[in-house]
Ligand binder design. Structure first.
Ligand SMILES: Cc1cc2nc3c(=O)[nH]c(=O)nc-3n(C[C@H](O)[C@H](O)[C@H](O)COP(=O)(O)OP(=O)(O)OC[C@H]3O[C@@H](n4cnc5c(N)ncnc54)[C@H](O)[C@@H]3O)c2cc1C
Length: 492
C-alpha cells in the first residue's frame, strides 16, 4: 500500500470571488475567458500556471492548425480565425497558409506550391484543393493572446498560479483552491471552467473520468498516448528541401527513417511559419503527460537526442548544412491524459454516422481518419460532467473515448469548445441557471450571431455548406466509417 501523510486542516485566505473562474489559459481556457467576458459576464478570472497564455499552442510549440476550411467554406471561424485576423494586422509575416479567399481553389500552380506544406492541400488525389491550415510563429501569438485578454476590462488574470483542488458543496462546485508565490488561497465562482487539459479540477470533483490510451506504436492509430518535447532548428531552406523530397521520394523516405533511428523514437520536421526554420515534432509512445516518470523520460530523451539530429542534418540534409538549434519548447507537449466521461462520450461511431446533436456548439473538420475530413457536430454535453453541477471542461480532456480523443482535440476543437464553454457559463450566470439546465438555444444564438461561430440549423446557417455536406454524405462512405458501423452492428 502506498504510504500517506495526513495533511493538517488549515484556514485559507479567500483571494477573490467572481462569476466565472477559468483554470488553465491554453487555447481552450483563453477562448473560454474571452467568450464569457464578451458575452457580458461582469467578472471573469483566468488562472494560468505559467506566465503566458496558449499552452501547447505557444509554450508547447505546436505550430500548425489544420482544417479551418472544408471544400470552399471557411467553416471554422470565431476566436480561432480571430487569431489570424489579428496577426494579419499586427505581424503579417508571422504565419503561412492559403488565404481565406483561396480555400477550395484548384489552380494547378497554387496546388503545386502548397503541396509542399503538409495539410494545405486536400489529400484526395482525385480532388485536390486548397485548405486553410496556418503554420505560425508562437511568440507572435503569445503577444496577441496577451492583447486579447487585456482588451477585456472584465477579465482579471492570475499568472504563475496553479489550481490545485475544487471547492465542493455536495455535487456543486463553488470554487477552486490554488497555489502561488503568495501561498495557498481560495477563489469562489458561480461557474468553474476546468481548462487544464489534464482534468486537474474535474478529477477531484467526484465526476466520472478515465485515463489511459490504447497502447500503440502507430501514430496514425492514436496519438493521444504519446508525449512530445517540440523544438526548432534554424539555418535551413525548407522549401528547397521539400521540393527535393518531392522529387526524390525514396531518398527522402530513407533520410526520414534515419532521423527516427538516430533519435530512438518517431520524429520528423515540418515548416514553422518561416522558410529558414523547421519545427521538430515527436511521438514517444505509451507515455502519459500527467505521470512524473513519463514527463522526466520525455524531457530527457528528446533533449539528449537534439545535438545528434542537428549534426546529422548538417551532414546529410539537402539545404541543411548550416542547421543549428534554434530553440526548445519551454513546456512539455501534452496530447492526452485524463479524459472526462461526460453527459455524452464522443466516439468514432458519431463520426461514422454523421451524428447530429440538438446541443451542437461547434461544427468542425477533424483528422480525416474516419470521414474524409467532413465537418462533424460537437455537442455541449462533451464538456458537461456527469453528476457535478456548474463545472465545464472544454479542451483536450473533453469527453471522448480513448480511440477518438486525439482526432477531436486539435487546436480548432479546443478553441471551439472553449469559446462555447465561456458563452454557456455567461448564460448560466445571467439567467441564474446551472450548467445542466442552461438555455442551449440561447448559447447557440450568441455563438452564431454575436461571436461568428457557424453552426447548423440556425437562422444564419449557410445553406450551401449544408447542401455540400449532404451531397458528401458527411463523409460516411469511407471504408473506415463502414468498418466502425459494422463493428457497432449497423449495416448501412
Ligand atoms: C506535440 C504536439 C503536436 C500536436 N500537433 C497538433 C497539430 O499539428 N495541430 C493541432 O491542431 N493540434 C495539435 N496537437 C494538439 C493540440 O495542440 C492540443 O490538443 C491543444 O492545443 C490543447 O489545448 P488545451 O487548451 O485543451 O490544453 P493545453 O494547451 O495543454 O492548455 C492547458 C493550459 O492550462 C495550464 N494549466 C494546466 N494545469 C493547470 C493548473 N492546475 N492550474 C493552472 N493552469 C494550469 C497549462 O499551463 C496550459 O496553459 C498537438 C499536441 C502536441 C502535444
Amino acid at each position: 500500500m502506498a504510504r500517506t501523510y495526513l495533511e493538517p486542516a488549515s484556514e485559507l485566505p479567500i483571494y477573490d470571488e467572481c462569476d466565472v473562474l477559468v483554470v488553465g489559459g491554453g487555447s481552450a481556457g483563453h477562448s473560454a475567458a474571452l467568450a464569457a467576458a464578451r458575452a457580458g459576464c461582469e467578472k471573469v478570472i483566468l488562472m494560468e500556471r505559467y506566465g503566458y497564455f496558449g499552452g501547447d499552442v505557444t509554450g508547447g510549440y505546436v505550430l500548425m492548425i489544420p482544417a479551418l476550411s472544408w471544400q470552399n467554406f471557411n467553416c471554422v471561424r470565431g476566436i480561432q480565425e480571430e487569431w489570424f485576423v489579428r496577426l494579419d494586422k499586427n505581424a503579417p509575416d508571422s504565419y503561412i497558409s492559403p488565404e481565406r479567399e483561396e480555400v477550395g481553389e484548384k489552380d494547378a500552380f497554387k496546388l503545386e506550391r502548397w503541396s509542399l506544406i503538409h495539410g494545405c492541400v486536400a489529400p484526395d488525389k482525385n480532388n485536390p484543393y486548397l485548405i486553410r491550415a496556418p503554420y505560425y510563429e508562437p511568440t507572435q501569438l503569445k503577444l496577441e493572446f496577451d492583447a486579447m485578454i487585456q482588451e477585456q476590462p472584465n477579465i482579471k488574470v492570475l499568472l504563475h498560479a496553479w489550481g490545485t483542488r475544487p471547492i465542493m458543496d455536495g455535487n456543486t462546485i463553488k470554487g477552486v483552491v490554488f497555489e502561488s508565490k503568495e501561498g495557498r488561497q481560495a477563489i469562489f465562482a458561480k461557474v468553474v471552467i476546468d481548462a487544464t487539459g489534464d482534468g486537474d479540477i474535474f478529477s477531484q470533483a467526484g465526476c466520472p473520468w478515465e485515463a489511459g490510451i490504447p497502447r500503440t506504436e502507430d501514430v496514425r492509430e492514436n496519438r493521444g498516448g504519446m508525449t512530445a518535447l517540440v523544438w526548432r532548428m534554424g539555418g535551413v531552406d525548407f522549401e528547397a528541401f521539400a521540393r527535393w523530397a518531392k522529387d526524390n521520394p525514396a531518398e527522402a523516405a530513407a533520410f526520414r527513417q534515419n532521423l527516427n533511428k538516430i533519435a530512438g523514437y518517431l520524429t520528423g520536421f515540418f515548416p514553422a511559419g518561416s522558410n529558414e526554420i523547421v519545427w521538430w515534432n515527436n511521438w514517444l509512445p505509451n507515455r502519459d503527460c500527467s505521470n512524473l516518470d513519463d514527463i522526466r523520460y520525455t524531457e530527457f530523451t528528446v533533449r539528449n537526442s537534439i545535438r545528434k539530429l542537428v549534426e546529422f542534418c548538417r551532414k546529410n540534409m539537402p539545404y541543411g548544412k548550416n542547421a543549428y538549434i534554434y530553440d526548445i519548447a519551454p513546456q512539455l507537449g501534452c496530447r492526452s491524459s485524463r479524459r472526462l466521461v461526460g453527459e455524452h462520450v464522443y466516439t468514432r461511431l458519431d463520426i461514422a454516422t454523421g451524428a447530429k446533436f440538438d446541443d451542437v456548439i461547434a461544427w468542425h473538420s477533424v483528422i480525416p481518419m474516419v470521414n474524409d475530413g467532413a465537418p462533424i457536430e460537437i455537442p455541449y454535453r462533451i464538456m458537461l460532467p456527469q453528476k457535478v453541477e456548474n463545472l465545464l471542461c472544454p479542451g483536450r480532456h473533453l469527453s471522448a473515448d480513448a480511440d477518438t480523443i486525439s482526432g477531436v482535440t486539435l487546436i480548432p476543437q479546443c478553441v471551439g469548445t472553449g469559446q462555447a464553454a465561456g458563452v454557456a457559463a455567461a448564460v448560466c450566470v445571467k439567467d441564474g441557471t446551472t450548467t445542466h439546465n442552461v438555455d442551449i438555444k440561447k448559447v447557440q444564438k450568441i455563438l452564431c450571431t454575436e461571436q461568428d461561430v457557424p453552426l447548423p440549423r440556425q437562422e444564419n446557417t449557410d445553406p450551401e455548406l449544408v447542401r455540400a455536406l449532404e451531397e458528401y454524405k458527411y463523409g460516411t462512405y469511407t471504408e473506415t466509417a463502414k468498418k466502425v458501423r459494422a463493428a457497432a452492428g449497423l449495416d448501412w
